[in-house]
Design a protein around this ligand. Structure first.
Ligand SMILES: Cc1ncc(COP(=O)(O)O)c(C=O)c1O
Length: 374
């Protein structure tokens, strides 16, 4: 049996008529960038996430750095995050010329550890960028408390966590903005690149809207800016898929629960920790080998057996070759948990259109490996 990591074509085929109809509408409108479909999707996204404004941009990386720019964050300013995230989280801060300050992640959730943040704050700190890693919200109440005490902005990197929530909080409740990515494989994915920012701050909305379009909101009138817009064809796909997002999340949660039930007796791996009461959206089902030296063997075994398991992410950002490429960066305290996560993580196939047979096959193969390694 072969179990793929992604189910893009399955998802398309299931809602093909809705996606095709939306794309046709755009094609026949003749307005493909900053047209009515893009505007419609922005309104739908704002309503869905419970924010006043949503702005579609070129991708999830741009969403972060356009927000940093809109907040006036740049050279000389420090941005705190953690190193066991996708590279783009830190890259976005480097794009605007800021200093990236890495602290460790939580030993269980693998999101930023709020207890490590205060030691990293200096007079130059301007923002904290927590990541809702693997689809589970970071400990936002603890992060907001620190941010408010030190007058810092919070930008939630929600590329992996759309539709998620905490127990007592919603994403973005007390943050300057939430950013997300719509790249193909995300929980809400388009057929290429895309991203968005959602916020309740009218100044951020206005600045990002201008920055994403050559510093312009009126024909022939420009100020400093860029070209980073979500096009209307991608918005058409996203608008169709947004109507199914709740069902997609439920399906992911069902497969995650099946993995957890099937793998709970494993002795050589640690299963993902889900914070009680949180709405985890299971962008990734990430296990860790208890012995990091055995990770590559598990990955190779699964791949050989037809299971397209992967790693997210096997090299922490500060361990990438050439780090920090002449950019400004600091590491505060030991980041041993982040390094352990990078060294031991294996991600199993996870998408809504998986079948029970496929999930059970993956479980059987992980169990088989565990029996001779546990
Ligand atoms: C945590 C995180 N941040 C940022 C990004 C960047 O998004 P994009 O690839 O759309 O630029 C991604 C995914 O790609 C991500 O997983």
């Amino acid at each position: 049996m072969k179990v793929e990591f992604y189910g893009h074509v399955r998802q398309y085929l299931n809602i093909r008529t809705e996606i095709d109809a939306n794309i046709q509408r755009v094609l026949m409108s003749g307005k493909y960038v900053l047209g009515p479909m893009g505007e419609q999707f922005e309104k739908e996204l704002a309503a869905y996430t419970g924010h006043k404004y949503a702005i579609g941009v070129g991708n999830g990386t741009d969403a972060i750095w356009l927000t940093l720019l809109a907040l006036g964050i740049g050279p000389g300013d420090e941005v705190i995050t953690h190193p066991n995230t996708f590279f783009a989280t830190a890259e976005a801060a480097w794009v605007v010329g800021a200093t990236v300050v890495f602290v460790d992640c939580d030993p269980q959730t693998r999101c930023i550890d709020p207890k490590k943040i205060e030691a990293a704050i200096t007079s130059k700190t301007r923002a904290i960028v927590p990541v809702h890693l693997y689809g589970q919200c970071a400990d936002m109440p603890a992060i907001w408390k620190i941010a408010e005490k030190h007058n810092l902005k919070v930008i939630e990197d929600n590329a992996q966590g759309i539709d998620g929530a905490g127990d007592t909080f919603k994403q973005g409740d007390r943050s300057a903005a939430v950013t997300t990515s719509f790249i193909i494989q995300k929980n809400l994915g388009c057929f290429g690149d895309g991203g968005a920012i959602y916020t309740n701050d009218s100044a951020i909305d206005a600045r990002v809207r201008k920055l994403r379009s050559h510093g312009s909101t009126k024909r022939d009138h420009h100020s400093f800016g860029f070209n980073s817009r979500l096009d209307d064809i991608q918005a058409a796909i996203l608008s169709a898929k947004l109507k199914h997002l709740k069902d997609y999340t439920s399906a992911r949660a069902k497969w995650a629960a099946r993995y957890t039930a099937g793998l709970k007796t494993c002795r050589a791996i640690t299963l993902p920790y889900a914070v009680p009461g949180y709405r985890h959206v299971w962008h990734l089902y990430a296990v860790e080998t208890k012995n990091p030296a055995k990770r590559d063997a598990l990955l190779a075994f699964l791949n050989k057996e037809g299971v397209d398991a992967k790693t997210h992410y096997s090299i922490a950002i500060h361990k990438q070759e050439g780090y920090p490429w002449g950019k400004q960066a600091r590491i505060v305290g030991a980041v041993t948990e982040a390094e352990k996560n990078a060294a031991s993580v294996v991600t199993l196939p996870m998408f809504p259109e998986l079948t029970a047979e496929e999930v059970d096959y993956v479980i059987a193969k992980v169990q088989e490996w565990d029996k001779s390694n546990g």
